[in-house]
Write a protein of this length. Sequence first.
Length: 312
Amino acid sequence: MENVGDKFKSIMATRNYADNYRKLMDQVFADPEVKLFIDEHRNELTDDSIKKSSSSLYEYVSKRDAMKKGTDAYAKGYEPKLVINNHAIEVSYQPTEAYLEQAKAKQIRGNIQDLGMSKALQNANLDDYYYENSPERKNALVNALDFIEAYETNPNEYHKGFYIYGSFGVGKSYLLSAIAHRLAKDNVKTTFLHFPSFAMDMKGLISSKTDSVTNRVDQVKKVPVLMIDDIGADSMSAWIRDDILGVILEYRMQNQLSTFFSSNFSMDQLEKEHLAVTAKGDFEPLKAKRLMERIKFLATPIEVNGKNLRND
């Protein structure tokens, strides 16, 4: 890519440099954006300072036009802007709106630890949460917005999460993901954890040489806001229940960290029909009750039902 200053000098160095320079600057000063800028700042500029700013004006027009054509990769993500500095015109390179949007999206993604979020949930937005003709969905949305406002107003206080339960396809997981995305926009660290997938990963880590169960559990249990999605979807071993889920919930309860759940089971069903019965068929109601007490401390139950949105 040819340097603008070098290009300007080469024009001046030609035999007919006076004519070339005059034609070049006539084009530059006739540029609508240049004319508008000079008019708007005329009280800050003299004729001499405008003349001395010729190379900057040429740089601005050249870079702007090259970027519009897509032929200039200089300072990618930045665009030239005319500015006044000490009564002279200079070029300042400032981030484009597209670049700022990309940076913001990257920041949001960095604030969400994704442990099993489906592709359909990766851009979940509370503004798109469907609640028409469903008082339950509307109530869930209102509670979600109240939580976000309370959390962002007082992030150092304990804010109880929700245990969102109901039938298939009513938007439970979507709502959890949308809450996570809204918090992430305000730089709150969240983890979205699809529990059946997480349980499989934990089993796989038992023999791993590059990571450990303890490290992974520590990452999850300490995050400021945790979304445990689809709890109760698969049978649970005693090890997953007591040494994985139990450890995570115990830590979060003791440290009062906001925790959310989604499930097809009510709290009572989760305790009696799922947590009390291990994958081997053992019946352990006391251990289930102990775990359920932690879930009740961490989350308020909110039922969401209605038509299956996945079939629409």
